[in-house]
Design a protein around this ligand. Structure first.
Ligand code: 13P
Ligand code: SF4
Length: 347
């Protein structure tokens, strides 16, 4: 059973996409070399998301760091002996790293790199909502603040949401789900769980358009459609594969199709092209056709990460993530549950 709420979406201000000065290839190589030295001096590793620039992804891989989805980013941090984790992604990823590794220094290129889901779910309002439904298990997406995680029973990412909700539904638990209504509805449809939704969405995925997607599919009848589950229901309905960023990348390498239409942030194409250079990748349509779109499949907050500000934080040690110890003590429980559940699935 799905219960709907009359919650209004919380207003979110979307920043313009940052414009970074273009570096010549010599300037870029020199900057990368300086960053490599600074990483060694600080005993630091880079933990980067697939939506960051190709330069940052390459640098992370060349220096023993990781490039992955949000679940693996969280896990990777816990397995490092480095004293400092430099998280290239958005704020919740840095906070999760700090919550799981309080003894480590966690730095980010820009602390203003948030996420529309996080911004659209303020902790005080969310707590009031949960308090109105005390018989519900509270499950929140990783794209939330530390305070919201502290109020939750479980944290999930797109890579582990389905099996966790299935597990809770089998135990007969009623669920509060926040903040992404599209991912929530998708999971609810797949599991039949009894869920009450927060009214949040990702400004990037919200813009994929189902009618325009139908048109592109007709032009490429042999293409497989890959969709991140933060996308609207009618877009998900056209997908051959729905999944986390890792799952979508895996689909490009594993499936026999030569053409893929991809509905997620354009940053993902870097890894897809690297792993499957011969395959044709097409961006799923956003507002398009003369209309304006806020993000056009590029997350403005992910775009706040660049070589330039990465070098600055390594030089200065600025932009450190701090978490209130009481919040951390609560939040770590719901995150650790997710990691333990995910490890048990692998056995
Ligand atoms: P993944 O965990 O699938 O990488 O998703 C994170 C995210 O923010 C997608 O918009
Ligand atoms: Fe948040 Fe969407 Fe950006 Fe992912 S793409 S970080 S969900 S705003």
């Amino acid at each position: 059973m799905t219960q709907s709420t009359a919650l209004k979406p919380h207003p979110v201000i979307v920043p313009p996409h940052p414009q970074w000065p273009v570096l010549s290839s010599d300037e870029k190589s020199a900057m990368k070399a300086r960053i490599k030295t600074l990483l060694k001096q600080r005993n630091a590793v880079l933990v980067a998301h697939y939506y960051t620039s190709g330069d940052l992804q390459e640098l992370a891989e060349e220096t023993g760091g990781c490039v992955s989805d949000s679940l693996e980013m969280a896990r990777f941090g816990t397995e490092q002996s480095a004293e400092t984790l430099v998280v290239c992604g958005v704020r919740f990823m840095g906070e999760t790293a700090k919550i799981l590794n309080p003894e480590k220094q966690v730095l980010m290129p820009d602390l203003n790199a948030t996420c529309s889901l996080d911004e659209g779910c303020p902790a005080e309002e969310f707590t009031r909502f949960c308090d109105q439904h005390p018989d519900h298990t509270v499950v929140v997406y990783a794209n939330t603040s530390a305070k919201v995680k502290a109020r939750a029973d479980w944290v999930v990412t797109s890579g582990i949401a389905l099996p966790i909700i299935k597990h809770l539904a089998e135990r007969g638990e009623k669920i509060i789900w926040a903040p992404d209504k599209h991912l929530g509805r998708y999971v609810q449809k797949q599991t039949g769980a009894d869920m009450l939704f927060w009214n949040g969405s990702c400004v990037v995925h919200e813009e994929f358009k189902s009618v325009a997607l139908e048109r592109i599919r007709r032009l490429h009848p042999d293409a497989a459609v890959l969709v991140h589950p933060e996308s609207p229901e009618e877009v998900i309905a056209q997908a051959d594969v729905v999944g986390s960023t890792t799952a979508l990348i895996k689909a490009v390498t594993d499936m026999d199709n030569q053409t893929f239409i991809v509905a997620t942030d354009g940053g993902i194409f870097h890894k897809m092209k690297q792993l499957a250079p011969g395959k044709k990748l097409i961006e799923a349509p956003t507002a398009g056709e003369g209309a304006t779109c806020e993000s056009c499949a590029h997350c403005p907050w992910m775009g706040m990460n660049a070589l330039q500000n990465l070098e600055q934080v390594l030089l200065t040690g600025n932009n450190e993530i701090h978490i209130d110890p009481e919040i951390r003590e609560q939040a770590v429980k719901s995150i650790q549950k997710m990691l333990d559940f995910s490890s048990s699935q692998k056995k």
